[in-house]
Design a protein around this ligand. Sequence first.
Ligand code: B12
Ligand code: SF4
Length: 560
Amino acid sequence: MDVPVNSTAPLRASATRERPNVLLVFPRFNQNSFWSLRAACEIYGARCPAPPLGLITVAALLPPEWNLRLVDRNAEQLGPADLAWADVIFTGGMLPQRVDCLEVIDLCQAQGKTVVIGGPDATSSPEVYEQADFLVLGEAEGIIESFVQAWKQGDRTGRFQAAKFKVDVAQSPIPRFDLLRTKNYLYLGVQFSRGCPFMCEFCDIIELYGRVPRSKTPEQMLAELQALYDMGYRGHVDFVDDNFIGNKKNIKKFLPILEQWQVERNHPFMFSTEASINLADDPALLRLMARANFFAVFVGIESPDTNTLNMAQKKQNTRRSLADSVHAIYASGMMVLAGFIVGFDTEESGVAQGMIDCIDATSIPVCTIGMLTALPGTQLTRRLQREGRLLPLDIGRGDQCTAGLNFVPLRPRREILDDYRRVVQSVYRPEAYFGRVRNIGMLLRKKHGLRRIPNVSPARTAKRDLIALLRLMVRMTFVRTDLTLLFWRTLIWTARNNPGALHVVATQMVLFLHLGEFAKFVVRDVERQIDAIDREAEEPARADAGPAMRATARSAALTR
Ligand code: B12
Ligand code: SF4
């Protein structure tokens, strides 16, 4: 009997159509970035900071009978067996993942696999990803069904674009947390809302997710947290909301329910999030957050200069003392991390000192100090384009700390770079950083103090924290001998005076192991950029001087 060589092929073809093997691949972030938090990951035994919430949300939207696997390239290898298994690859991420994302597409297509691309960078810059077989742009809840339909009818290329800001997140499914190896991560993420009501000129969030925040329901949110709880996860959970307090009414409804949920389970999670600084104006809201066990808030301060804030349309940061606002957040028992930007048109030469003083006055240890970057699709990009000042954005292998200023600035570029270098250098001097850490230890104590030490009761989390503390002590004592004194002084002072703040203070010191080194890297890179400008300035002079010098040399030779 003749057996066709490929007898299973029709079966496989139909399975591929009806129940494909989907490999979700999260591309690697550029290594040289503020947020890679490399040393902190080593101390906690994690492989990278956070998991791909976007991809596991997409996973939850796919038909339940489809077979799914996830490879996070920040934590694991993408091997030939993974590719051989897959019928289709889903990938995508943010700008500093672009280099690796394009590599993933190449790798997969070289094996004849179909690639579907989506996520924020593909949505902002689809032209970069034209080689992918499918482009599924925008929030996936709004468009994934069209893709699934096309796939089932045999299409192997296509482009789908979700209508902007139309997705009702109250209908979003629970992300497929079960696909994660949670021990690979420093913390996990969940999302309550998308969008932000403000209109900062440089912001891409309002272009991608809109200005009317859309929230999930409290029940839906608790179901997500319960899923994490049931998996046995305990510890740090980040609410990745663009602005957690974007819709105050909804958040005030949710927080007491969250507090109750936490109390009933003996506080399994400690939370962080991102919020606009007007959080400081609402003591009731601060109290609600602290009671639900929020311990950290990231705030975009951007600049201490009111004129600059006005021009950048960040009016919510004006008409206030930034230091008082930050201290009001400390007083509720939560610590603050903040973003600062150098390179605005309205900046003047005093900007560096102003920023250094502001960081000192607010005592914020962890500050992301970036160079202004015109991100795709923003109001800033549109204005610079109109003014003929926009340059290509090449984030390359870094992030906004080394690859910003993608436009012709109004101040000389060299001056901006010099100011930027000064700020980074000064703020990340070990004495300055540890001084701020000691201050927040004190400030968190002075007022209400930390309401509770974030719960570490389950044995696994307690063990992880203890091992991390031991590793930190060893590294600070025997490896980073330059930090030994600062470290022990800060640790002992906090243990004696405010043991409740020890966890937060120790975490800040862990972060310095990465941030201190990263700051040095940024300074070196910026110095290289400054040198290049200086060399360029010298070149024409040398070129002009060239003929004269050659003539002198020639006449000297002739007269010999
Ligand atoms: C959490 C977060 C981070 C975390 C990263 C955690 C992680 N591992 O993902 C941290 C703090 C490290 C971070 C850092 C940065 N971030 Co960030 N970050 C976010 C934030 C606030 C939430 C991401 C998230 O989880 N969203 C929730 C999920 C559900 O939404 P989503 O990812 O958009 O996914 C949906 C769709 O996009 C789509 N989708 C997603 N992936 C895929 C894949 C496929 C195949 C398909 C079909 C669809 C699809 O479906 C999902 C459901 O609708 C977003 C803003 C936002 N609202 O998303 C910014 C955002 C992604 N970050 C951004 C940027 C610029 C950065 C930084 C460069 C600067 C900064 N903001 O600090 C750094 C660089 C990091 C680095 N290491 O180099 C930009 C990206 C812009 C762009 N064009 O790529 C965003 C959009 C906004 C912003 N300005 O902050 N970030
Ligand atoms: S407050 Fe933050 S998220 Fe809102 S528009 Fe400004 S930069 Fe964007």
